[in-house]
Design a protein around this ligand. Structure first.
Ligand SMILES: Nc1ncnc2c1ncn2[C@@H]1O[C@H](COP(=O)(O)OP(=O)(O)OP(=O)(O)O)[C@@H](O)[C@H]1O
Length: 241
């Protein structure tokens, strides 16, 4: 179980302090899929980075299966059982795809297994295994390779930040099947940050973050209808009219 208590993250912009994550508390049960959604700039990716240890919280606690991981850096959090796929994956010059997958799995992977992992995210495997993780890979290819690295190993908690971004429709369907498979097994907690209705519809619970705060959290059946009804908050055009 993941317990997040009163998490707060601030930045300093030209001497002015600004809270991006504001006193957020929630839990994720074992085997549960929580989808986080909400308007652009609401603080979702920042929350994910704070959970992973990429950004350091200013206040609050993160407890994973009873272990307080709040003070752990990114490596320790990965060791404690958190896997994370970035919204914009980093590139590693000199590193080949098969090596990265073996590193992610924590053991050397036979070619067939590495191929299967890549196929599961919609990449025709063999031609990619020896490719370098550099600027020659397209954004969508990078994204799928990164998702494959998270899927390469069983984690206590997997966090995917906008897994749909830049991925073609066919690969997206493969990805959805992967998430469904993990979800059915009920042995990993999943946090998916997404704007995509098909992903939001898979959630056990949905959490809406707006302006750094939890605006709504609850079972999918309760929260989804409120999302579909939501009106845009900008009234500039009305005022001009
Ligand atoms: N290090 C930083 N310094 C200054 N501002 C930041 C920093 N990190 C994030 N922000 C700001 O915090 C807000 C939240 O950003 P974040 O990327 O978490 O939003 P998001 O909900 O993931 O948005 P999107 O749906 O567009 O991906 C944005 O206004 C962003 O510009």
């Amino acid at each position: 179980m993941l317990e997040v208590k009163n998490l707060t993250f601030k930045v300093n912009e030209n001497g002015v302090e600004r809270s991006i994550v504001k006193d957020i508390s929630f839990t994720v049960e074992n085997g549960e899929m929580l989808v986080i959604t909400g308007p652009n700039g609401g603080g979702k990716s920042t929350l994910a980075k704070v959970l992973m240890g990429i950004e350091k919280a200013d206040a609050g606690q993160i407890i994973l299966d009873g272990e307080d991981i709040s003070g752990y850096d990114i490596d320790h959090r990965a060791k404690a059982g958190i896997g994370f796929a970035f919204q914009q994956p980093p590139r590693f010059k000199g590193m080949t795809v098969d090596r990265l997958l073996s590193l992610a799995a924590g053991e050397p992977l036979p070619e067939q297994v590495a191929c299967r992992m890549l196929s599961s995210v919609g990449l025709c495997a063999k031609e990619y295994l020896k490719r370098e993780i550099d600027g020659t890979l397209s954004g969508g290819e990078m994204k799928r390779i990164e998702i494959a690295t998270v899927l390469a190993k069983s984690h206590k908690l997997c966090i995917f930040d906008e897994p749909e971004a830049g991925i073609d429709l066919w690969s997206f369907s493969m990805l959805i099947q992967q998430f469904e498979r993990i979800h059915e097994k009920k042995d990993q907690m999943l946090i998916l940050i997404s704007h995509q209705e098909r992903i939001i519809r898979m959630a056990d619970r949905i959490m809406v973050i707006d302006d750094g705060r939890i605006k709504n959290i609850g079972p999918r059946e309760e929260v989804l209808p409120t999302l579909l009804k939501e009106e845009p908050s900008c009234t500039c055009m009305d005022q001009q009219a």
